[in-house]
Design a protein around this ligand. Structure first.
Ligand code: GLN
Ligand code: ZN
Length: 769
């Protein structure tokens, strides 16, 4: 292969930008519209103004080509369903009556029709609405949203590139519509879908698009040869069209692997690839296929998912290598900036020194522009930026915040034995039985009880200074007393304090651990109008003082029955935070685990005999590629064991996860070496119990018999029927009785009734044993 000199100056671009506005204006407008307080026209005007503001911000920062069509009232995959006319039958009337209301009906459902299912967008914390397709699906093109938004940007005099979810990814993310055979493969609809994309591409070209970006992140996952073939065919077809803009096929979140040669060969004009650390293999793979001679390569060198400043010199060196591998090299973030908050400069409470290490969407955009300039004009042109970047990186690397010798020494001294219980499961389970004296089919809950308005008001009052700490703690104690009294009266066997003091299961701990940072404005979209503000794992983690013991001990003092201590596990603490990029995830997990281990020890010392460590995120952080999973599960399970293994044999360790399918990680769940696991199971009629049994899972388990996602109260008979189903898979000596998940989103009346029925069901089934 011959190295080609760059044909033109490198351009700076991004694939998408946070949609909500600096003050979450979009959320307010959309929710106002739902409540009837904002008119459709006012909502449209707010949205258009936010788009214009974003484009101006990008252009002012020096971005050469802005994205369009990345805006959404709710979700870009839902927008794609609308674009290709994939409207489920049950939503057609609503969409026909009013396009905007129909759109929201698909997103949120109405009184009469269910919404589309929602699920996680790859391994991010963003959720998309799952397209529902079947053999009868008829696709029709509606390019209006894409065309309108392109024209808006062009009207500002900007160079703009529409961004679309690509056809292969769209189909791979879809599922069979209700009533369609479960083994229906949406990808079989590809030939029907491509003409619709062709029509949209023609419309965009007519509207002035020179380039269109087609996002194919599904191609960074393990794909079958048939799927790769389909991808090849899709881009041969679209590339072969005559009436179309130039095509940029984008991938992100991981390396392309076997899909890279397929896309490199396709008759499209450009590829966008992730070149951040976790996808670094793309670089060699690109060289191995001979690069992209004569084509456009958009290099995602600035991480679009973390909140840290880039190592500009390292990126420039990567970009320099890439120059020899493509006709034109442009610079971008690795993925849409949708996954990071808008502007670090809005943070007023963060130490200015630390603030210099942070890059949100705005700061990342500036980095991309700097890199494009450095690539085009030479490093001399950006010498000042490089010097400042070097100084900031150095200050981070040697800061006592990121390098706490005590934390590091302790983590380095960890041995295998620290992660091993003193007795094997089979022996200690007998000790626990004797110690706890529980009946067969013991009843418990997952931790939280209803988060009432009074509790939220108490927290707001404390923040606003209307009550003092003593006043606040008084209210929390009152709540714990009520929660305990109810559980005793209802006859639950293992009690909880109800978690009234927790705003959020990660934030509560993050606020108390040294090394964690909170932001004031660091909102990112989770789904629709729901935004979260993940805490930042910024430095070495330590626990200056006990975090939960006070409340658990208080609850313990009120009852003779065991009260379960309640902690969030290390993997979930990482999964729902922004993580460090300057050390392996496993190192961060180990630090968090050691801090939690101290908490577990203090809980036990305070007389807690049952301790639950929640890991609902264990499965969602699973790497996209199967080859990367064993290493992940290794550090993830080690971190859990490090958290829990220091207890006495007769102290019972519980864990909890909330999802219905996990056949692929039963071994990892066993490797946690917990004594009891509770899981979501009510909606799937105890499917998880059968999966556990099928894999020979040897421990105690509580598949949920009460679906807490709805206010519906399960009857005693219904819960008993689920329990009997559970008993078909798990013997009575190992079966627990509990709800699917915590009760914090529920109201008291249905919680009371449901838990009373749950206890009654346990008694009924015990009597049958
Ligand atoms: N203990 C937590 C609760 O009950 C668990 C929440 C979760 O699994 N997401 O709320
Ligand atoms: Zn749960």
């Amino acid at each position: 292969m011959t190295a080609q000199p760059a044909a033109a100056a490198a351009r700076a671009t991004v694939y998408g930008y946070p949609r909500q506005g600096p003050d979450r204006e979009l959320k307010k407008a959309v929710e106002g519209y739902w409540k009837g307080r904002v008119t459709a026209d006012a909502l449209r005007e707010t949205a258009a103004e936010l788009r214009r503001a974003n484009w101006r911000q990008l252009a002012d920062a020096g971005v050469h080509e802005v994205p369009t069509g990345d805006f959404s009232y709710y979700d870009q995959v839902l927008d794609t369903s609308v674009m290709v006319g994939a409207i489920p039958g049950r939503h057609r009337a609503a969409v026909g009556a009013d396009a905007l209301d129909g759109y929201f009906a698909m997103a949120r459902g109405t009184q009469d029709v269910a919404p589309l299912e929602m699920t996680k967008w790859f391994d991010t914390n963003y959720h998309y609405l799952v397209p529902e397709l079947g053999p009868d699906t008829v696709f029709t093109a509606d390019s209006s949203k894409q065309v309108t938004e392109l024209k808006e940007a062009l009207a500002l005099g900007l160079s703009a590139r529409p961004v679309l979810v690509g056809p292969v990814t769209y189909l791979l993310l879809a599922k069979p519509a209700p009533g369609v055979a479960a083994d229906f493969e949406p990808l079989t609809l590809l030939d029907r879908l491509l003409p619709v994309y062709a029509e949209v591409l023609a419309d965009l070209r007519a509207a002035g698009a020179e380039w269109v970006q087609l996002d194919e992140p599904a191609l960074v996952q393990d794909r079958t040869p048939a799927e790769l073939n389909a991808a090849g065919r899709a881009y041969r077809d679209l590339g072969g069209l005559t009436d179309r803009p130039q095509l940029l096929v984008a991938s992100y979140f991981d390396r392309l692997g076997d899909a890279l040669p397929v896309l490199a060969k396709a008759p499209v004009e450009g590829l966008a690839l992730d070149f951040t650390d976790s996808a670094a293999a793309n670089l060699d793979a690109l060289a191995a296929v001979g690069g992209l001679p004569g084509k456009r390569l958009v290099a995602g060198v600035v991480n679009g998912r973390n909140i840290w400043i880039n190592d500009l010199e390292k990126s420039l060196s990567t970009l320099g290598t890439l120059l020899g591998l493509a006709g034109q090299v442009d610079v971008a973030a690795s993925c849409s900036l949708l996954h990071v908050p808008l502007d670090a400069a809005a943070e007023r409470d963060i130490d200015p020194q630390i603030l210099r290490w942070l890059a949100f969407a705005r700061q990342k955009t500036a980095e991309i522009v700097t890199l494009a300039r450095g690539l085009s004009e030479g490093t001399g042109a950006v010498a000042a930026e490089l010097a400042a970047n070097r100084a900031d990186l150095a200050s981070r690397a040697r800061s006592p915040i990121t390098r706490d010798p005590a934390v590091r020494e302790r983590a380095a001294a960890v041995t295998d034995a620290d992660g091993r219980r003193s007795q094997p499961y089979a022996e200690r389970t007998a000790a626990q039985r004797a110690h706890l004296g529980l009946p067969l089919l013991p009843t418990t809950t997952i931790g939280s009880f209803p988060q009432t308005t009074e509790l939220r008001t108490a927290r707001a009052d404390l923040r606003a200074g209307r009550i003092d700490t003593a006043g606040y703690e008084q209210r929390i104690e009152n709540e714990i007393r009520d929660v305990l009294a109810f559980q005793e009266k209802a006859g639950i066997d293992v009690l909880v304090h109800g978690e009234p003091e927790r705003n959020d299961m990660v934030q509560y701990f993050a606020e108390q651990l040294t090394g964690y940072l909170a932001t004031q404005h660091g909102w990112v979209q989770s789904y629709g109008t729901r935004y979260v503000r993940p805490p930042v794992l910024a430095g070495d983690i330590s626990r200056p003082h006990p975090m939960t013991v006070r409340w658990t001990a208080y609850a313990n003092s009120l009852t003779e029955r065991p009260v379960k201590g309640m902690l969030t596990g290390p993997v979930t603490m990482l999964a729902w935070s922004f993580v460090r990029d300057d050390q392996p995830l496993g190192d961060t997990a180990r630090q968090v685990a050691l801090a939690l281990r101290d908490e577990v020890g203090d809980l036990e010392a305070a007389g807690t005999s049952v301790i639950q460590v929640d890991e609902p995120a264990l499965r969602e952080t699973l790497p996209l590629r199967a080859a990367d999973r064993p290493a992940y599960l290794d550090w993830a399970t080690e971190a859990f064991r490090l958290t829990t293994a220091g207890v006495r044999p007769d102290t019972q360790i519980h864990t909890h996860m909330c999802y219905a399918e996990f056949g692929d990680i039963v071994q990892a769940i066993d490797d946690l070496d917990a004594d009891v696991i509770s899981l979501e199971a009510a909606r799937s009629h105890m499917q998880v119990a059968r999966e556990l049994a099928a894999h020979g899972y040897p421990r105690e388990a509580g598949p949920g018999v009460y679906d807490i996602h709805s206010p519906r109260v399960p009857s005693t008979e219904e819960a008993a029927a689920l329990l009997r189903k559970g008993l078909e898979a798990i013997p009575a000596e190992r079966l627990w009785v509990n709800p699917d998940c915590g009760l914090k989103t529920r109201a008291w009346p249905e919680t009371r009734a449901s838990l009373e029925n749950l206890v009654a069901a346990a008694r009924t089934v015990r009597a049958e044993l």
